[in-house]
Design a protein around this ligand. Structure first.
Ligand SMILES: Cc1cc2nc3c(=O)[nH]c(=O)nc-3n(C[C@H](O)[C@H](O)[C@H](O)COP(=O)(O)O)c2cc1C
Length: 441
């Protein structure tokens, strides 16, 4: 589902917020996105950037992904697992909407790249999908925040060891790059996944939902034909200051020396829509957390029957998960805790629940902890573990993996006869219309 189809879907679903009044991409846009976080918002007019619109919240709700993939929300984890297992190369088109206009003169300052927060190092591209080819592993796509330096240059945050960083390390000269902005939802989801090296994320995206590609104008790379805007250029070995910028946790990340990207060509749609993703907002959270759910699911399934996984927004969509199991053995809850930590190494806290608990409902999960969990019996506590660099409370040492404590709560009920007394009583269904009453909102 490309961005324009999403706008149509969100409009028809009654969830799209449309802002007609002109909004300034300098600080004002982010304030409005923040106030409406969790909802898709279309900004019809941008102060200083005639002809441009902006959108935020494309990935702010799980049902957006479900609509894009044509499935129900609980099936997303299975669809992601299937696509990871059966990546399918996308077809190539001769031309596509993302090349309707080819900009002769590159001037990045004329793009509505927002400044999100007064503490930021500059204007930032936050929903740019970076396409490169690794000399050994082939095509790789991933998100990298990009700070505008001047008319032709951006500073890219390349986390050490990630696909783009590794490929640049091997490149003798500049590494050709294409940055796609305003991508189809399945491409955004695939770009956030970390499959084994050599597995092409655009093929994962195509396995999720069709993604025809076009060849770039000036670099030997392919990009989604339906994207809104493409920046073509080279990642150089030159460095510039990047940051500060808010991270997933909503806390400010530090300034680092990072690689400079030089842009040589800009292609775009007519009347393009700029995708502005709020750092630390729901869109960022979903894209970070959801792709880890199939890996936790697979790891837990190795040791017991896993029924579902939810990486929770309250835990910054990175550090906390709820794992639902079909318990068959008394040890399954504890086994699931250990496996979940293996399935997502940055996970810090995990709660394991039975299938009668709604893993998406924090109150229901808390009910399971309240009624089924005893800390001196059901708590798995680990000290001095490798943790997330995003956690300000972990022990952070520059150049090393953070160290953290981890905690797993087995909030499953016992099996067999002992289970009686742990089950919720059920009341029969009623048709409220027959009583002339409605549930109040
Ligand atoms: C919204 C968003 C922003 C991200 N920003 C960055 C970033 O600035 N730098 C980075 O290295 N990874 C960033 N990531 C993470 C990578 O895109 C993600 O881990 C990807 O799977 C890396 O895959 P790779 O190792 O195959 O390149 C971001 C992810 C999301 C969802």
């Amino acid at each position: 589902m490309n961005l324009r189809d999403f706008v149509t879907w969100a409009g028809e679903a009654g969830t799209l917020v449309e802002v007609e009044r002109a909004v300034d991409p300098h600080l004002e846009l982010a304030r409005v996105i923040y106030a409406l976080d969790g909802q898709p918002v279309l900004f019809r007019t941008l102060t200083g950037f005639p002809g441009w619109q902006a959108i935020s919240g494309v990935c702010a709700q799980r049902r957006h992904f479900a609509a894009a993939l044509g499935c129900a929300v609980p099936d997303l984890v299975h669809r992601m697992a299937d696509a990871l297992a059966h990546a399918t190369p996308p077809p190539m088109l001769d031309s596509g909407p993302c090349q309707e206009v080819i900009e002769e003169q590159v001037d990045l300052t004329q793009l509505p790249i927002p400044c999100y927060h007064p503490g930021d190092g500059g204007r930032y591209v936050t929903a740019g999908v970076v396409v490169i080819k690794d000399a050994d592993f082939g095509r790789n796509i991933s998100f990298h925040r990009l700070m505008l330096l001047d008319e032709r240059r951006l500073a890219a945050r390349l986390v050490e060891g990630r696909g783009t960083h590794t490929a640049l390390g091997k490149a003798v000269g500049d590494l050709p790059v294409a940055i796609a902005i305003g991508c189809p939802i399945q491409v955004l989801l695939a770009a956030a996944m970390s499959p084994p090296k050599g597995v092409d994320e655009l093929s994962i995206a195509h396995a999720l939902a069709p993604v025809p590609l076009v060849h770039c104008q000036t670099v030997d790379l392919e990009v989604p034909a339906g994207a809104e805007l493409i920046l073509e250029g080279r990642i150089t070995h030159m460095l510039a200051d990047e940051g500060p910028f808010p991270d997933l946790t909503g806390t400010l990340d530090v300034v680092r020396r990072q690689p400079v990207i030089e842009i040589d060509c800009v292609t775009r749609r007519q009347e393009p829509v700029f995708h502005a993703l709020l750092p630390g907002g729901m869109e960022h959270k979903n894209l970070m957390g959801m792709p880890r759910e199939p890996t936790i699911f697979a790891a837990v399934n190795e040791v017991c029957r896993c029924a579902g996984v939810y990486i929770t927004p309250g835990g910054t969509s990175w550090l906390h998960a709820v794992v639902q199991i079909e318990k068959q053995h008394e040890e399954d809850g504890r086994r699931a805790v250990w496996a979940a930590f293996q399935g997502h190494t940055s996970l810090k806290h995990v709660v394991v629940v039975d299938t009668d608990v709604d893993l998406y409902d924090p109150a229901d999960v808390e009910w399971a902890i309240a009624t089924r969990f005893q800390a001196d019996r059901d708590l798995v506590l680990l000290t001095d573990q490798p943790g997330s660099s995003l956690d300000p409370s972990a022990t952070q040492t520059l150049g090393q993996k953070a160290r953290t404590a981890k905690m797993g709560l087995d909030a499953t009920a016992p099996l067999g006869e002992a289970r009686q007394g742990y089950e919720r009583v059920q009341y029969g269904p009623v048709d409220l219309a027959q009583y002339g009453v409605k549930r109040k909102a």
